[in-house]
Write a protein that binds this ligand. Structure first.
Ligand code: AMP
Length: 637
């Protein structure tokens, strides 16, 4: 067996041979002629000359050996629906969806925006786009009209695929009115909207634009739509993520490199084998959903379990904190992927639930998206008695950057550390201000990558190469390195520890949010003069957003009832613009916000005060009373 150290070294020293080998894990309709083109850094083109298709690799190529094997297991504890699609059945549904999209005018290169709850049709739509070479842009269903409108304007989709409603904890969340409002707000208008009617909420159908999937499905159910053979470098999808400005970034991914990266990660990192079941509890609106609900497991010939619902509710819609373990037993799940927040929720359930089911099929639980605290890791590790594997990555990377590759060599994990650099990633720690590489153990620096970035990594920001270069590759003076915008340290054994973001991005229950986006929404309220939003540590969600507002009418500062009213209005506004997940846990009113003399908001100092930490050097602060005010408000709780 190869040691991981040798495996990693080969990926660094002989990348062409290494990735050519990995590329054999997928089908190519036409072989590539060049493995890695890094002639114009930081841009990388993987597997030039090659032609392939993500949908072919995820679905069609399994029809020969495993047509009747489960491919998509759909479980909704919100609606009580539980249905398994074999590879042959999935193939049929995806072709039908592809024919329906074609009927609505979708062609190669067109964008299709998918704004859907966790329903099987969302998976069909993503795979159908991949089949046609259309670019899908999935927008998380928890986002509201304002966020959706800005994404519609950026992606300019020909068609939007959506549904009547989602459901959360038994509460119906209508999607269609939010979508209609978003289309009203956006400058770009889609030609058609394809709607799945789940019978959860009434829909106002716009004649000439809105189409029902049920109508198109009967028309196209026997359609045969061949996979379009795409250049390896053709765009497969874009996915929006938050940064330091209010404008979300469309992370753009290729086709061939992504397929190879996922196939390789399924083998080396997730140790997933064809015929087995993979269960990721994420949502298709996030990168984990793209890589490890839809494409990764299917490319590996595994069944993927797609789940709609809370971790604490059963199929009969009654409370059941053991539902996930019940599903692991029933579908013989071998690899499970979730987030630390979900485990913290489960920790509040009866621990006997972990013993009630036969979990012997499970080989590992992978957790990602936010820091995994040691008590949570220990609790679940003792309960499940399988390795708990933390993995650190970003929407931009597409697959884990730091973890352990147990499929290559069993490597011990360390509590608190996601692990060691994965093959293909040249990970470095740099000094924040000098940009010097930190080589000694336990020095704190910014986690960066040297190019060329590996297959699966973002190609660029959709329609904006300049922003891609300026945002990610120019943050360290004199060096062209990719910044993760995360702080990290590396111990004497080469294990990395992630210490939080260097920028104004916060992480609420594993969901990445830009504080700037929330600030923009809040400052749109007529009663707000100025606002600062920071992320504050929370024992359940990791972080929550907290807003500090200078009201236009200073009487609010002295009138508790007026303050409560304004707080409620501001929260409602954020709900409407961005969605409830961006709603601050509190809105507090102050007369002035702490800034430097040059006017820069001291968000890190505000955050430190909220968390009871030392705010650090405040010599550049304009008005010390500003921070004192916040301290008093927070300590009054
Ligand atoms: P996203 O792009 O939404 O996946 O968010 C990526 C960010 O989440 C990273 O830059 C980190 O700040 C954080 N993150 C993701 N995974 C981990 C992890 N395993 N440990 C610590 N932080 C993580």
């Amino acid at each position: 067996m190869t040691s991981y150290a040798d495996f990693y070294r080969r990926s660094m020293d002989e990348p062409d041979d290494f990735w050519t080998e990995q590329a054999q894990l997928i089908d190519w309709q036409q072989p590539f002629t060049r493995v890695c083109n890094h002639d114009k850094p930081p841009f990388v083109h993987w597997f030039e000359g090659g032609k392939t298709n993500l949908c072919h690799n995820a679905v069609d190529r399994h029809l020969k050996d495993r047509p009747d094997q489960a491919a998509l297991i759909y479980v909704s504890t919100e609606t009580g629906v539980e249905k398994t699609y074999s590879f042959a059945e999935l193939h049929r549904e995806v072709q039908c969806m592809a024919a329906s999209l074609q009927a609505l005018g979708v062609q190669k290169g067109d964008r299709v925006l998918i704004y859907m709850p966790m329903v099987a049709e969302a998976a069909f739509a993503m795979l159908a786009c991949a089949r046609l070479g259309a670019i899908h842009c999935v927008v998380f269903g928890g986002f509201a009209s304002g966020s959706l409108a800005s994404r519609i304007d950026d992606a300019t989709p020909k068609v939007i695929v959506s549904a009547d409603a989602g459901s959360r904890g038994g509460k119906i969340v209508p999607y269609k009115p939010l979508l209609d409002e978003a289309i009203r707000l956006s400058h770009h208008k889609p030609e058609a909207v394809l709607l799945t009617d789940r019978g959860l909420a009434p829909m106002n159908i716009v004649a000439g634009r809105d189409q029902l999937w049920s109508d198109l499905r009967v028309r196209h159910i026997d359609a045969q739509v061949p996979c379009a053979w795409l250049d390896s470098t053709d765009i497969s999808y874009t996915i929006y993520t938050s940064g330091t400005t209010g404008k979300p970034k469309g992370v753009q991914r290729d086709t061939g490199g992504y397929a190879v990266a996922l196939a390789a990660s399924m083998k080396h990192i997730f140790d997933g084998r064809a015929g087995e079941t993979y269960f990721s509890t994420s949502d298709i609106g996030w990168v984990v959903g793209h890589s490890y609900i839809i494409y990764g497991p299917l490319i590996a010939g595994m069944a993927t379990l797609m789940y709609e619902g809370l971790p604490t509710q059963g199929l009969d819609q009654q409370p059941d904190g053991g539902i996930w373990w019940r599903l692991v037993e029933k579908y013989k799940v071998t690899a499970m992927f979730s987030a630390p927040t979900a485990v913290r929720v489960l920790k509040k359930q009866d621990p006997a639930l972990l013993k009630k089911y036969d979990l012997s099929s499970l080989r590992a639980l992978f957790l990602a998206g936010e820091p995994l605290d040691e008590p949570t890791a220990r609790w679940i590790s003792e309960g499940l008695r399988v390795p708990i594997i933390d993995n650190y990555w970003q929407t931009e990377t597409g697959w884990p950057l730091l973890t352990v590759a147990n499929g290559v060599e069993k490597t011990p994990s360390k509590f608190g550390s996601p692990g060691i650099p994965m093959y293909g990633y040249r990970v470095k720690l740099l000094h924040e201000s000098t940009g010097e590489e930190l080589t000694q153990p336990n020095e704190k620096g910014v986690v960066v990558l040297e190019g060329p970035t590996p297959p699966g990594f973002m190609q660029t920001i959709w329609k904006d190469d300049t922003r891609f270069v300026n945002t990610y590759w120019k943050s360290v003076p004199g060096k062209m390195v990719y910044s993760t915008f995360d702080w990290g340290i590396r111990d004497e054994n080469g294990y990395y520890f992630i210490l939080g973001r260097t920028d104004d991005v916060i992480n609420v229950a594993g969901h990445r949010l830009g504080t700037r986006e929330i600030e923009e929404s809040i400052s749109g309220h007529a009663g707000v003069a100025e606002v600062a939003v920071v992320g504050v540590a929370d024992s359940l969600k990791g972080q929550v957003a907290m807003a500090f507002v200078v009201p236009k009418d200073s009487s609010v500062l002295l009138d508790a009832a007026a303050a409560l009213k304004l707080e409620g209005e501001i929260m409602k506004r954020v709900d409407g613009d961005l969605g409830a997940l961006a709603r601050p846990s509190r809105v507090r009113f102050v007369s002035v916000l702490p800034k430097t003399r040059s006017g820069k908001m001291l968000r890190r100092a505000i955050q430190a005060v909220c968390e009871g930490r030392d705010p650090g050097d405040l010599t550049t602060m304009d008005d010390p009373a500003a921070l004192q005010q916040i301290k008093e408000l927070v300590s009054a709780d």
